[in-house]
Design a protein around this ligand. Structure first.
Ligand SMILES: [Zn+2]
Length: 352
Protein backbone atom coordinates (compact mmCIF):
# COMPACT_ATOMS: atom_id res chain seq x y z
CA UNK A 1 0.00 0.00 0.00
CA UNK A 2 1.29 3.47 -0.83
CA UNK A 3 2.51 5.50 2.08
CA UNK A 4 -0.10 8.29 2.06
CA UNK A 5 -2.95 5.82 1.69
CA UNK A 6 -1.67 3.83 4.67
CA UNK A 7 -1.60 6.92 6.89
CA UNK A 8 -5.02 8.23 5.81
CA UNK A 9 -3.57 11.22 3.90
CA UNK A 10 -5.41 11.97 0.63
CA UNK A 11 -3.71 10.57 -2.47
CA UNK A 12 -2.64 12.57 -5.52
CA UNK A 13 -5.78 12.15 -7.60
CA UNK A 14 -8.13 13.02 -4.73
CA UNK A 15 -6.04 16.11 -4.00
CA UNK A 16 -6.10 17.18 -7.64
CA UNK A 17 -9.87 16.79 -7.73
CA UNK A 18 -10.09 19.06 -4.69
CA UNK A 19 -7.68 21.76 -5.90
CA UNK A 20 -4.18 22.46 -7.18
CA UNK A 21 -1.17 20.43 -6.04
CA UNK A 22 2.33 21.94 -5.69
CA UNK A 23 5.42 19.87 -6.41
CA UNK A 24 8.73 21.63 -5.73
CA UNK A 25 11.54 20.51 -8.02
CA UNK A 26 14.98 21.78 -8.98
CA UNK A 27 16.93 19.62 -6.52
CA UNK A 28 19.87 19.14 -8.92
CA UNK A 29 20.42 22.86 -9.44
CA UNK A 30 19.88 23.92 -5.83
CA UNK A 31 22.20 21.20 -4.50
CA UNK A 32 24.76 22.04 -7.20
CA UNK A 33 24.80 25.65 -5.97
CA UNK A 34 25.27 24.52 -2.39
CA UNK A 35 28.12 22.19 -3.39
CA UNK A 36 26.65 18.68 -3.22
CA UNK A 37 26.13 17.85 -6.93
CA UNK A 38 28.49 18.36 -9.88
CA UNK A 39 27.15 20.34 -12.85
CA UNK A 40 27.57 18.31 -16.03
CA UNK A 41 27.20 14.72 -14.86
CA UNK A 42 24.32 15.84 -12.58
CA UNK A 43 24.20 12.52 -10.74
CA UNK A 44 22.41 12.77 -7.35
CA UNK A 45 25.30 11.25 -5.39
CA UNK A 46 24.39 13.57 -2.49
CA UNK A 47 21.69 11.06 -1.53
CA UNK A 48 24.42 8.69 -0.33
CA UNK A 49 27.28 11.12 0.37
CA UNK A 50 25.38 14.01 1.99
CA UNK A 51 21.89 12.83 2.94
CA UNK A 52 21.53 15.70 5.43
CA UNK A 53 21.77 18.23 2.59
CA UNK A 54 19.03 16.41 0.68
CA UNK A 55 16.83 16.17 3.78
CA UNK A 56 17.27 19.88 4.49
CA UNK A 57 16.19 20.85 0.97
CA UNK A 58 13.15 18.56 1.19
CA UNK A 59 12.32 20.22 4.50
CA UNK A 60 12.75 23.72 3.07
CA UNK A 61 10.37 22.86 0.23
CA UNK A 62 7.88 21.28 2.64
CA UNK A 63 7.85 24.41 4.83
CA UNK A 64 7.48 26.52 1.68
CA UNK A 65 4.28 24.70 0.76
CA UNK A 66 5.18 21.79 -1.49
CA UNK A 67 2.50 19.09 -1.32
CA UNK A 68 4.90 16.53 -2.75
CA UNK A 69 8.34 15.36 -1.70
CA UNK A 70 9.89 14.28 -4.97
CA UNK A 71 12.50 11.59 -4.30
CA UNK A 72 15.89 12.76 -5.55
CA UNK A 73 16.32 10.01 -8.12
CA UNK A 74 16.55 12.28 -11.14
CA UNK A 75 19.38 10.81 -13.26
CA UNK A 76 19.80 8.04 -10.69
CA UNK A 77 19.49 5.63 -13.60
CA UNK A 78 21.76 2.93 -14.98
CA UNK A 79 23.23 5.02 -17.82
CA UNK A 80 24.19 7.96 -15.60
CA UNK A 81 25.64 5.74 -12.85
CA UNK A 82 27.63 3.88 -15.50
CA UNK A 83 29.00 7.22 -16.72
CA UNK A 84 30.56 7.92 -13.32
CA UNK A 85 31.54 4.29 -12.68
CA UNK A 86 29.08 3.76 -9.83
CA UNK A 87 26.56 1.35 -11.32
CA UNK A 88 26.93 -0.78 -8.19
CA UNK A 89 25.32 1.95 -6.08
CA UNK A 90 22.22 2.21 -8.28
CA UNK A 91 19.71 0.35 -6.13
CA UNK A 92 20.97 1.74 -2.82
CA UNK A 93 20.83 5.29 -4.22
CA UNK A 94 17.26 4.87 -5.44
CA UNK A 95 15.96 3.25 -2.26
CA UNK A 96 17.75 5.73 0.02
CA UNK A 97 16.43 8.74 -1.93
CA UNK A 98 12.86 7.57 -1.43
CA UNK A 99 13.42 6.97 2.29
CA UNK A 100 14.82 10.51 2.69
CA UNK A 101 11.79 11.97 0.90
CA UNK A 102 9.43 9.92 3.05
CA UNK A 103 11.17 10.91 6.26
CA UNK A 104 10.45 14.58 5.53
CA UNK A 105 6.99 14.00 4.01
CA UNK A 106 5.91 12.58 7.37
CA UNK A 107 6.81 15.87 9.05
CA UNK A 108 3.81 17.31 7.20
CA UNK A 109 1.09 15.76 5.10
CA UNK A 110 3.10 15.58 1.90
CA UNK A 111 2.95 12.83 -0.67
CA UNK A 112 6.06 10.94 -1.75
CA UNK A 113 6.74 10.66 -5.47
CA UNK A 114 9.21 8.45 -7.27
CA UNK A 115 11.05 10.09 -10.16
CA UNK A 116 12.30 8.81 -13.50
CA UNK A 117 13.55 10.88 -16.43
CA UNK A 118 15.10 10.94 -19.89
CA UNK A 119 17.39 7.96 -20.38
CA UNK A 120 19.73 9.74 -22.82
CA UNK A 121 20.08 6.50 -24.82
CA UNK A 122 16.65 6.42 -26.44
CA UNK A 123 16.73 6.17 -30.25
CA UNK A 124 13.34 6.67 -31.84
CA UNK A 125 12.21 3.65 -33.84
CA UNK A 126 14.93 1.29 -32.60
CA UNK A 127 13.48 -1.70 -30.79
CA UNK A 128 16.71 -2.55 -28.95
CA UNK A 129 16.99 0.96 -27.49
CA UNK A 130 13.33 0.85 -26.45
CA UNK A 131 13.96 -2.46 -24.69
CA UNK A 132 16.95 -1.10 -22.78
CA UNK A 133 15.15 2.12 -21.81
CA UNK A 134 12.08 0.20 -20.66
CA UNK A 135 14.31 -2.01 -18.48
CA UNK A 136 15.82 1.13 -16.92
CA UNK A 137 12.36 2.49 -16.13
CA UNK A 138 11.21 -0.88 -14.81
CA UNK A 139 14.03 -1.20 -12.31
CA UNK A 140 13.65 2.35 -10.95
CA UNK A 141 9.85 2.07 -10.80
CA UNK A 142 10.19 -1.32 -9.11
CA UNK A 143 12.36 0.09 -6.31
CA UNK A 144 10.00 3.05 -5.90
CA UNK A 145 6.96 0.78 -5.60
CA UNK A 146 8.81 -1.42 -3.17
CA UNK A 147 9.60 1.62 -1.00
CA UNK A 148 5.92 2.64 -0.97
CA UNK A 149 5.78 5.85 -3.04
CA UNK A 150 2.35 7.40 -3.64
CA UNK A 151 2.85 8.06 -7.34
CA UNK A 152 5.61 8.41 -9.92
CA UNK A 153 6.74 11.37 -12.00
CA UNK A 154 8.41 10.75 -15.37
CA UNK A 155 9.86 14.00 -16.62
CA UNK A 156 12.11 16.07 -18.90
CA UNK A 157 11.50 13.56 -21.66
CA UNK A 158 11.41 15.06 -25.15
CA UNK A 159 10.36 12.01 -27.19
CA UNK A 160 6.75 11.07 -26.57
CA UNK A 161 7.66 7.47 -27.51
CA UNK A 162 10.18 7.41 -24.65
CA UNK A 163 7.62 8.96 -22.29
CA UNK A 164 5.18 6.21 -23.27
CA UNK A 165 7.72 3.60 -22.16
CA UNK A 166 7.94 5.27 -18.75
CA UNK A 167 4.15 5.48 -18.58
CA UNK A 168 3.76 1.77 -19.34
CA UNK A 169 6.23 0.90 -16.58
CA UNK A 170 4.37 3.07 -14.05
CA UNK A 171 0.90 1.85 -15.01
CA UNK A 172 1.99 -1.80 -14.89
CA UNK A 173 3.14 -1.09 -11.34
CA UNK A 174 -0.37 0.17 -10.57
CA UNK A 175 0.51 3.73 -9.53
CA UNK A 176 -0.76 7.16 -10.67
CA UNK A 177 1.51 8.56 -13.38
CA UNK A 178 2.55 12.18 -13.90
CA UNK A 179 4.23 12.53 -17.30
CA UNK A 180 6.01 15.80 -18.09
CA UNK A 181 7.68 16.59 -21.38
CA UNK A 182 10.61 18.96 -21.91
CA UNK A 183 10.06 21.11 -24.99
CA UNK A 184 13.17 22.77 -26.41
CA UNK A 185 13.55 25.66 -28.86
CA UNK A 186 11.17 24.27 -31.49
CA UNK A 187 7.85 23.97 -29.69
CA UNK A 188 7.62 20.30 -30.65
CA UNK A 189 8.63 16.90 -29.27
CA UNK A 190 11.70 15.41 -30.94
CA UNK A 191 9.40 13.34 -33.17
CA UNK A 192 7.73 16.56 -34.31
CA UNK A 193 4.44 16.41 -32.38
CA UNK A 194 2.98 19.51 -30.81
CA UNK A 195 2.93 19.39 -27.00
CA UNK A 196 -0.87 19.18 -27.18
CA UNK A 197 -0.76 16.19 -29.55
CA UNK A 198 1.89 14.50 -27.40
CA UNK A 199 -0.04 15.06 -24.18
CA UNK A 200 -3.22 13.69 -25.77
CA UNK A 201 -1.31 10.57 -26.76
CA UNK A 202 -0.09 10.19 -23.19
CA UNK A 203 -3.58 10.68 -21.78
CA UNK A 204 -4.96 8.07 -24.19
CA UNK A 205 -2.29 5.65 -22.95
CA UNK A 206 -3.40 6.10 -19.35
CA UNK A 207 -1.44 9.03 -17.88
CA UNK A 208 -3.23 10.66 -14.94
CA UNK A 209 -1.43 14.00 -15.23
CA UNK A 210 0.28 15.32 -18.39
CA UNK A 211 2.20 18.49 -19.04
CA UNK A 212 5.55 20.21 -19.29
CA UNK A 213 8.54 20.68 -17.06
CA UNK A 214 12.06 22.12 -17.32
CA UNK A 215 13.73 23.67 -20.40
CA UNK A 216 11.41 26.71 -20.66
CA UNK A 217 10.87 29.54 -18.22
CA UNK A 218 7.44 30.82 -17.22
CA UNK A 219 7.20 33.28 -20.14
CA UNK A 220 7.80 30.68 -22.84
CA UNK A 221 6.05 27.73 -21.22
CA UNK A 222 2.80 29.54 -20.56
CA UNK A 223 1.79 29.93 -24.26
CA UNK A 224 1.98 26.13 -24.71
CA UNK A 225 -0.25 25.29 -21.75
CA UNK A 226 -3.60 26.50 -23.08
CA UNK A 227 -3.40 24.19 -26.10
CA UNK A 228 -2.56 21.24 -23.86
CA UNK A 229 -5.45 22.05 -21.53
CA UNK A 230 -7.83 22.10 -24.50
CA UNK A 231 -6.50 18.85 -25.95
CA UNK A 232 -6.83 16.65 -22.87
CA UNK A 233 -9.41 16.02 -20.18
CA UNK A 234 -7.01 14.74 -17.50
CA UNK A 235 -5.04 16.91 -15.03
CA UNK A 236 -2.39 19.23 -16.52
CA UNK A 237 1.07 19.97 -15.07
CA UNK A 238 3.40 22.94 -15.53
CA UNK A 239 6.82 23.25 -13.88
CA UNK A 240 8.95 25.84 -15.70
CA UNK A 241 12.57 26.58 -14.89
CA UNK A 242 12.96 29.67 -12.68
CA UNK A 243 14.68 31.69 -15.40
CA UNK A 244 13.59 34.55 -17.65
CA UNK A 245 13.36 33.12 -21.14
CA UNK A 246 12.15 34.99 -24.21
CA UNK A 247 10.79 34.35 -27.70
CA UNK A 248 14.33 34.60 -29.14
CA UNK A 249 15.86 32.44 -26.40
CA UNK A 250 12.94 30.31 -25.25
CA UNK A 251 14.91 27.77 -23.18
CA UNK A 252 17.41 28.19 -20.37
CA UNK A 253 19.90 26.25 -22.50
CA UNK A 254 19.68 28.89 -25.23
CA UNK A 255 20.12 32.00 -23.07
CA UNK A 256 23.05 34.34 -23.83
CA UNK A 257 24.45 37.08 -21.59
CA UNK A 258 25.87 40.12 -23.38
CA UNK A 259 26.63 41.76 -20.01
CA UNK A 260 29.31 39.26 -19.04
CA UNK A 261 32.53 38.36 -20.86
CA UNK A 262 33.87 35.73 -18.47
CA UNK A 263 31.43 32.86 -18.91
CA UNK A 264 33.01 29.57 -20.06
CA UNK A 265 32.06 28.84 -23.69
CA UNK A 266 29.92 31.99 -23.50
CA UNK A 267 26.93 29.88 -22.52
CA UNK A 268 25.23 30.82 -19.25
CA UNK A 269 23.69 27.33 -19.01
CA UNK A 270 24.04 25.79 -16.52
CA UNK A 271 26.40 27.59 -14.13
CA UNK A 272 26.01 31.29 -14.97
CA UNK A 273 22.25 31.64 -15.09
CA UNK A 274 22.08 33.73 -11.90
CA UNK A 275 21.20 37.08 -13.53
CA UNK A 276 18.27 35.45 -15.34
CA UNK A 277 16.65 34.10 -12.17
CA UNK A 278 12.95 34.88 -11.85
CA UNK A 279 11.99 36.72 -8.72
CA UNK A 280 9.26 35.44 -6.43
CA UNK A 281 6.69 37.86 -7.85
CA UNK A 282 7.19 36.51 -11.38
CA UNK A 283 6.58 33.00 -10.06
CA UNK A 284 3.40 34.22 -8.34
CA UNK A 285 2.21 35.75 -11.65
CA UNK A 286 2.96 32.51 -13.50
CA UNK A 287 1.03 30.56 -10.88
CA UNK A 288 -2.06 32.72 -11.31
CA UNK A 289 -1.83 32.67 -15.12
CA UNK A 290 -1.39 28.89 -15.25
CA UNK A 291 -4.29 28.39 -12.82
CA UNK A 292 -6.47 30.63 -15.01
CA UNK A 293 -5.72 28.27 -17.92
CA UNK A 294 -6.80 25.29 -15.83
CA UNK A 295 -3.38 23.90 -14.90
CA UNK A 296 -3.66 22.18 -11.52
CA UNK A 297 -0.32 20.42 -10.91
CA UNK A 298 2.14 23.24 -10.40
CA UNK A 299 5.78 23.57 -9.50
CA UNK A 300 9.11 25.08 -10.43
CA UNK A 301 12.00 23.10 -11.91
CA UNK A 302 15.72 24.01 -12.30
CA UNK A 303 16.59 27.28 -10.59
CA UNK A 304 13.81 26.91 -8.03
CA UNK A 305 14.58 27.85 -4.45
CA UNK A 306 12.26 27.65 -1.45
CA UNK A 307 11.15 31.29 -1.74
CA UNK A 308 9.76 30.55 -5.22
CA UNK A 309 7.66 27.72 -3.85
CA UNK A 310 6.38 29.81 -0.94
CA UNK A 311 5.38 32.49 -3.45
CA UNK A 312 3.55 29.87 -5.51
CA UNK A 313 1.71 28.62 -2.43
CA UNK A 314 0.76 32.14 -1.38
CA UNK A 315 -0.46 32.91 -4.93
CA UNK A 316 -2.84 29.98 -4.45
CA UNK A 317 -4.12 31.60 -1.25
CA UNK A 318 -2.18 29.35 1.12
CA UNK A 319 -0.11 30.16 4.17
CA UNK A 320 2.54 27.42 4.47
CA UNK A 321 4.75 27.33 7.61
CA UNK A 322 7.42 29.48 5.89
CA UNK A 323 4.86 32.28 5.45
CA UNK A 324 5.58 33.04 9.11
CA UNK A 325 8.67 34.80 7.67
CA UNK A 326 7.16 36.35 4.54
CA UNK A 327 8.29 39.93 3.90
CA UNK A 328 7.08 42.76 6.12
CA UNK A 329 8.69 45.90 4.72
CA UNK A 330 6.62 48.10 7.03
CA UNK A 331 9.30 47.38 9.64
CA UNK A 332 12.38 47.97 7.47
CA UNK A 333 15.01 50.31 8.97
CA UNK A 334 14.62 52.97 6.27
CA UNK A 335 11.73 51.88 4.03
CA UNK A 336 9.44 50.99 6.93
CA UNK A 337 6.22 52.89 7.58
CA UNK A 338 5.30 51.99 11.17
CA UNK A 339 5.59 54.69 13.84
CA UNK A 340 8.53 52.96 15.53
CA UNK A 341 10.82 53.76 12.56
CA UNK A 342 12.58 57.07 13.34
CA UNK A 343 11.35 59.85 11.06
CA UNK A 344 14.97 60.74 10.22
CA UNK A 345 15.51 57.25 8.80
CA UNK A 346 12.31 57.37 6.79
CA UNK A 347 13.25 60.70 5.24
CA UNK A 348 16.77 59.35 4.56
CA UNK A 349 15.16 56.61 2.44
CA UNK A 350 15.42 58.75 -0.70
CA UNK A 351 19.23 58.74 -0.40
CA UNK A 352 19.57 54.93 -0.30
ZN1 LIG B 1 14.67 21.31 -14.69
Amino acid sequence: MADAEASGVLGLLDRLSAGPVICAEGYLFELERSGYVAAGPYVPEAVLDHPDAVIQLHRDFLRAGSDVMLAFTYYAHREKLRLIGKEGALEELNRTAIRLAREVAREGEALVAGNVCNSNIFVDGEAESARRVRAMFDEQVGWAVDEGVDFIVAETISYVSEALLALEAIKEAGLPAVINLAIFRDPLTREGLTPAQACKRLEDAGADVVGLNCARGPATMLPLLGEIREAVSCHVAALPVAYRTSEDEPTFLSLSDSECACIPEERPFPTALDPFTCNRYEIAEFTKDARALGVNYLGVCCGAAPHHIRSMAEALGRQPPASRYSPDMTRHAYLGTVDEIPAANRSFARYL
